[in-house]
Design a binder for this molecule. Sequence first.
Ligand SMILES: [Zn+2]
Length: 74
Amino acid sequence: MKCPVCKHGRQIERHITVTLDRGPVTVIFKNVPARVCENCGEQFVDEKTTASLLAQAEAAAKSGAEIEVRPFAA
Ligand SMILES: [Zn+2]
């Protein structure tokens, strides 16, 4: 599948780090499955993964920590 941003690069499957801000809390997820354009570097996370990230970020935000780092759980 061609990259929709630059229309050139191929998207390759990789695991990335995603940072989400939830009010005062910053949640950093490691090992998130994504596709990354080999040309422009644009990162694409699918809807299911995004929904899961948001739900996990909400849970992490309740921990009270300012910065929470956790592995992504599918
Ligand atoms: Zn691209």
